[in-house]
Design a protein around this ligand. Sequence first.
Ligand SMILES: [Fe+2]
Length: 268
Amino acid sequence: MLCISHVFLHKSKSKKNDLSVIKKQKDAFIKNFDPSTVKDSNNTKILFFSDLHAEYCFIPVEKVIDTIKKANVDAVIFGGDICNDPLNYKKGIAYLNAIKNTCDELNIPFLGVNGNHDIFLTEDQIKEALFTDLRKTTVTVKDVLISGVNDTGKHNRVWDDNPVKDTNGMTHLLVSHNPDWLIEASDRKQLDNIDHMISGHIHGGQFCFPFRIEIKAIRKDKLPRRKVIDGVFDGGGITFFISRGIGCVLIPFRFLAKPEISVIEIEK
Ligand SMILES: [Fe+2]
């Protein structure tokens, strides 16, 4: 069953580029809310979904579209991972094209980045998804500057630099498929002009076993080993959200890690 979450990204209270403490922001996250209850405000509202993995995604696209319409969002962002096997990429493209059509109807932008699974697709195949590729351009939505970084895949991974040098005083939201980007960027002191980050990749563990043994057994990522797996966090001078995503890898099964789409409000 799908979880529709309501996420508030407040201003960070933590020290810039310092990840020694990362605090979960439980009060900034509401699960299973009704998107039609989103209030009118000056906040920038974004529908965020990630980790489609189309062959193993059982969330009908109509459910995402319905949420986009009910929540009256200003933009839709896809967090990467179109499919597991490039031979099945057309299934993911059909899903993303349906969302693009809705965004066009509503006259709002559809933005996205790639995920580690998308390195098996050609750039032309990714283009067929029809989202504005945040790896190549930045976009302003209301007063929020939105940028994205490339995911080069698990092997021989290269971490991009912060793509924005000057925000002109605007709030800056960065989209990175893998939240571990934060660790690399803080080591390079690159978080100074970033206010928020949204990510996917971890799937909430996908299978939540006691003592989170799945994280130790399967995942090589760093943040999950610090219990930074899903939800809203404050660390390094930014607030960031990690979505559980909607699809699955390895096997078409989740255990205590419900698929999730989110209405994110970036507070003024
Ligand atoms: Fe994924």
